[in-house]
Design a protein around this ligand. Sequence first.
Ligand code: AOS
Ligand code: ZN
Ligand code: ZN
Length: 386
Amino acid sequence: MTDHVRAALRAQQIEVPSWAYGNSGTRFKVFAQRGVPRNPQEKIADAAQVHKYTGISPIVSLHIPWDKVDDYEALAKYAGDLGVRIGGINANVFQDDDYMLGSVTNPDARIRRKALDHLLECVDIMDATGSRDVKLWFSDGTNYPGQDSIRARQDRLAEALSAVYDRLGESQRMLLEYKLFEPAFYTMDVPDWGTAYAHCLRLGPKAQVVIDTGHHAPGTNIEFIVAFLLREGKLGAFDFNSRFYADDDLMVGAADPFQLFRIMHEIVQADALRNDSGINFMLDQCHNIEPKIPGQIRSVMNVQEATAKALIVDTAALDAAQQNGDVLGANAVLMDAYNTDVRPLLAEVRAEMGLDPNPMAAYARSGYADKIVAERVGGQQAGWGA
Ligand code: AOS
Ligand code: ZN
Ligand code: ZN
C-alpha cells in the first residue's frame, strides 16, 4: 500500500466527547454502569485510554456545565499529562427550566440574556483551555403553529450568534449545529444545513457548520451536504454517530458503514482529511447498553476503516471513468475500495505506530475496566437522557 495512505492514517485525529463515558439512556431509562467517571478528570482519563489503544484520538470535547471545574487551565494540564488535549467546548442552553420556550430565541429578553451569558462563558473557558471551537447546538423551536413568530426567532438567533462571534479571539471559531427535529416538533430554529450555513455566511469566516450525521430526515444524502459545505469552506466539524430512526446516537459506522465511507470519500477527494483543514472529526454518541470505553474504541476504529477505504480509492481510474461517462466503471472503482478488507492494513499501521494491532483486545487485556469498577463508586450520568 502506498506510503501516503499509511501516512494519512497515522496522522488522522478523531475527537471524543466527554459525555460518552458517563451513564446515559433514553427517556425511558438510564442504565447505570459500574466504574463510570465521577468527575471531568475521570472522563478525560477514560478518553485517554481510547487514545492509548487507537493512537488517533488525542482530543476530548468538554460539555459545560457537565464538565464544570474551578480551574480550567489545571484541567487542560491534567489532560496534557495523560497525553490528550481539550478540544471543543460544547455549550448547554437546553437543560434549565427557563429554556422551556427557547434559549437565545426565547421571547423573554431576560432568558435570552442568560443563554447568551452562558455562551460567552464558554468562550472564556476556551481561553483557559486553549480550545479552538465553541460548539453551539440549540434545542430552540416551537411545538405548535402560531406559538411564536418564526421570523422573530431567527432575528433573535442572529443577534445572539453575532454577540458570540464578536467575542471570539483571533484563532477561535464557533461551530453551529443543526437538527431536523427534537425536542421541538413543529419548528426547530436551526433545523437544517441551509439555515446554519446562511447564519454562518453572514457572520464571517470564524463561523462554521457542524454536521451531526443523526440529525437529518431519513434518506438525506449527507455526502452531498459534505461536498457542498467543503466547496464553500464552511464545514467546521462532524458529530459522528449512527441512526436507524432519528437521533439514535449509536456507534458511528454501525448502522450504515457505506454512508460513512461515502462521507469520508468526499473528505478525501477534497483533501480535507489533513489536520490543518479546519475540520473537527468528532464523535457525538451515547453508549446506553454497551461498555463505554470499548464503545468509543470501536467507533474510532469504524471511522478509521471508512477513512482507509476512502484513501485507497483508485482516483486516477475514477477520474478516467468519470471523464469518459463510464457510469458503471466509475461506480465499480468506488465499490472496489469499499469492498476491500482494510483491517490488515490498519493492523500494520498500528504496528508502525507502536500500538497493538487489535485495540479492542488490547484494552480488554489491560485490566483498566476492572480497575475503574473497583475504584469508582457512584459514577455520574452523562447529562441527560440520550
Ligand atoms: C443534540 O441532539 C446534539 O447532537 C448536540 O450535539 C448535543 O449538544 C450533544 O449531544 C451534547 O450536548
Ligand atoms: Zn450532535
Ligand atoms: Zn443529536
